[in-house]
Write a protein that binds this ligand. Structure first.
Ligand code: ADP
Length: 249
């Protein structure tokens, strides 16, 4: 088969903080339909790169293209509307609102209805069928009507995922989707990502190597803000440079 153009491509991405290069000339190609993991030791630049891709940080230099469109310099909201969405942070959930209301708001926001309608159940009601589908997809079908603040940790993370999916993104970015989870929640999250990746491209920052091996088609290993190695997990995991990077230097 003829290799397709990458759906997401970064070229020469740089981000400096007071002269320190947290991301130092990164090229990244994410193939359409793939799960692509960003890994590397603490301080390697993963979070900074993630924030550059999603527009939460502006690059000092370089470009990020989604499909044919340049993203660098655009706002996170604009980037999300162009088809690149990240899962929300738990801290952005409203404790008193239910999962159903959260997802309805996300769907309403996407269609331009706007947050000013957030109290109007009638306005949001038109999204209830799609909201129910999304909650079902992330395993929250039985938990749509409790205040989000009362959800267990793993379920809050599942809700964040539903909010990102509500944007129907071409590329879904997941920042440490299994962070802070016990084994059972990790397994459930891996199964969940397997389900939602259908028809999408997923980029994830992940520390748990067994999760990377379960999910990722390709892996980019970062160190000191640069790409150390890139390839399929089976190839990179025994690479001596990767082993050394993880042992610390
Ligand atoms: P990782 O996510 O791989 O642990 P980060 O992207 O968080 O790495 O950080 C990469 C490097 O950039 C670290 O040395 C960190 O201290 C530095 N850094 C990150 N954000 C900032 C910031 N806002 N100001 C100054 N230095 C930063």
């Amino acid at each position: 088969t003829v290799p397709k153009d990458p759906v997401l491509a970064a070229r020469g991405l740089v981000r400096e903080f007071r002269g320190f290069r947290a991301v130092d000339g990164v090229d990244l190609d994410v193939a359409e339909g793939s799960v692509h993991a960003l890994v590397g030791p603490n301080g390697a630049g993963k979070t900074t790169l993630f924030n550059l891709l999603t527009g939460f940080l502006k690059p000092t230099a370089g470009s990020v293209r989604l499909g044919g469109q340049e993203l660098a310099g655009r706002s996170p909201e604009r980037i999300a509307r162009l088809g690149l969405a990240r899962s929300f942070q738990i801290t952005s959930l409203f404790a008193e609102l239910t999962p159903r209301q959260h997802v309805e708001l996300a769907l309403a926001g996407r269609s331009g209805l706007g947050w000013r309608f957030w109290r109007s159940d009638r306005a949001l009601g038109r999204y209830s069928a799609r909201a129910a589908e999304l909650l079902e997809q992330v395993g929250l079908a039985g938990h749509g009507e409790v205040p989000a603040g009362a959800l267990a940790y793993g379920r809050k993370r599942a809700l964040e995922l539903a909010l990102a999916l509500a944007l129907d993104p071409k590329v879904l970015l997941l920042d440490e989707p299994t962070a802070g989870m016990g084994v059972e929640d990790v397994d459930r999250t891996v199964a969940l990502i397997e389900r939602v990746r259908e028809g999408r491209t997923v980029v994830l920052v992940e520390h748990n190597m067994s999760v990377v091996s379960d999910l990722a088609d390709r892996v980019t290993v970062l160190q000191h803000g640069q790409v150390l190695v890139e390839g399929p997990y089976a190839e990179i995991r025994h690479d001596p440079r990767v082993v050394t990077a993880y042992l610390g230097d």
